[in-house]
Design a protein around this ligand. Structure first.
Ligand code: ATP
Ligand code: MG
Length: 440
């Protein structure tokens, strides 16, 4: 084979401009290669870091199930508004003792006090007004979980006739509850004042709203809540005198349903507590709230406290308004009695109805008391309230039997239809319906 035939077919042609140019080309090539290498290495590193952090985020344990701790003073106004709206669906917010101190300007305005603690006025940084109830610290220190569970239940119990719980504080110094502020305070202040500023029509609406709030607690919310302390002091009024029930769930939160029994065996507030509280080992049901609500209704009808204080003992026992209402009802004088309470003739029927519902609510036997949904129906009208039997036998006799005087099957069997307490009235037929019926 000739030597020229052995030259490889793909060998490079000799450079046209000599050896120097070829060296420079190699160097440039190498530099480009090095730059490309560095760039790809950096990119790979960044990608790896992103993947690792993503994986870390995915496998990281979920944050501990603590309630939201919000540093409220750091939040701007729109965020705060959103946060408050969120509360409607969310759990109540946990605040620190320092925050509450700041919200209440060092507890400078006291709104009142009751069996659970002292209530102060305050406001969030965005101007939303609040009421802070600092609880008497009888809670045992290990009770934090229980406290949070109860607060969580109260916070999730939402109805337009219930005072909203915004949040709470629980630490080694104090425990407190943060509520929406109710501009017009509690019903008792208006009901028993000499000025009688709230007109009867409004009082009637307040009674219905309060009954709806209790109905929700008893019959509509996830877990039945017995209030144990229904009274005018626990019906709060907003700027428009719209009523909201306060302090529901507190009895359980503060173990008051089990432990706060006075030396006389009474629980709740005397004058409003049902007779079954007087009897040992008698089961207490939600119907104790119905009894207390009945007492509240009497006070609305009479615009006075049921028992007047400051009288001589024998006079005081005679001046008990609920007994007076029963006596007048028995004599057929309820209408006249309503007018003597200052209710006008055109509202007399509503007043009579309210008095009869009150008499039903305070029946000795818990079973004979209507469920709160039936109370709402009767107060609203549109049904005929049946004549209530005589209550208050327990005042004259002692023992469990007095609470069972009624054959309980009379009313328990009709619980579904409520026919024991009221009769559905025949709806008035519309004109066209009558025409249709007669032409058919
Ligand atoms: N959310 C609120 N907004 C405005 N005022 C309030 C609020 N909560 C309570 N108050 C005021 O504070 C007073 C005291 O309330 P508190 O609940 O401590 O006592 P009470 O209702 O009289 O008794 P109890 O301890 O049996 O509920 C009320 O009468 C009311 O005037
Ligand atoms: Mg209260």
């Amino acid at each position: 084979m000739p030597p020229e035939m052995s030259t490889p077919a793909f060998s490079s042609p000799p450079p046209a401009d000599g050896g120097g140019a070829s060296v420079a080309g190699i160097i440039v090539g190498l530099v480009v290669l090095v730059i490309i290498g560095i760039i790809s290495l950096t990119c790979a590193k960044m990608t790896t870091r992103a993947i690792v952090s993503d994986l870390q985020a995915r496998v990281a344990p979920p944050p501990p199930p603590t309630l939201n701790v919000v540093r409220v003073w750091e939040i701007d106004v729109p965020t705060m508004e959103r946060f408050l709206q969120e509360l409607a669906k969310d759990r109540p917010v946990r605040f620190t003792a320092q925050q509450l101190c700041s919200f209440t300007t060092n507890y400078s305005t006291r709104l009142g006090s009751g069996g659970f603690g002292i209530v102060y006025k305050g406001q969030f940084p965005n101007g939303v007004q609040i009421a802070v109830k600092v609880l008497n610290r009888s809670l045992d220190r290990g009770a934090e979980q229980q406290f949070m569970a109860e607060v969580s239940t109260i916070g999730r119990t939402y109805h337009i006739n219930l005072v909203r719980l915004y949040g709470f504080c629980y630490d080694h110094i104090m425990s407190a509850l943060v509520y929406e502020y109710m501009e017009n305070g509690s019903l008792d202040k208006h009901l028993f004042s000499d000025t009688q500023a709230i007109e009867w029509v409004k009082l009637h609406e307040i009674a219905i709203g309060t009954a709806k709030g209790i109905t929700y607690l008893h019959e509509e919310c996830e877990q039945r809540i017995i209030h144990y302390d229904i009274k005018p002091g626990n019906v709060l009024l907003d700027a428009n005198f719209f009523p909201k029930v306060a302090d529901f769930g507190l009895a359980k939160l503060c173990n008051r349903d089990n432990t706060h029994v006075s030396s006389t065996g009474y629980r709740g507030t005397p004058g409003y507590s049902a007779p079954e509280f007087l009897l040992k080992n008698y089961s207490i049901t939600h119907k104790c709230d119905v009894y207390s609500f009945g007492m509240l209704l009497f006070e609305i009808v009479g615009r006075r406290r049921n028992a007047r204080v400051g009288h001589a003992e024998e006079e005081e026992s005679m001046d008990w308004f609920p007994k007076y209402v029963w006596d007048e009802f028995e004599k057929g004088e309820l209408g006249a009695m309503i007018l003597s309470c200052g209710i006008e003739e055109n509202e007399r029927e509503k007043g009579e109805r309210m008095a009869m519902v009150a008499l039903w609510c305070v029946q000795d036997s818990p079973e004979a008391r209507p469920p709160m949904s039936a109370v709402v129906k009767m107060l609203e009208g549109g049904v005929e309230v049946k004549p209530p039997p005589k209550p208050f036998h327990y005042l004259y006799s002692v023992g469990v039997n007095v609470l069972n005087i009624l054959n309980s099957s009379d009313c328990t069997s009709s619980e579904g239809t409520n026919t024991y307490w009221y009769k559905e009235t025949t709806p008035v037929m519309a004109k066209y319906e009558i025409q249709m019926a007669s032409s058919g």
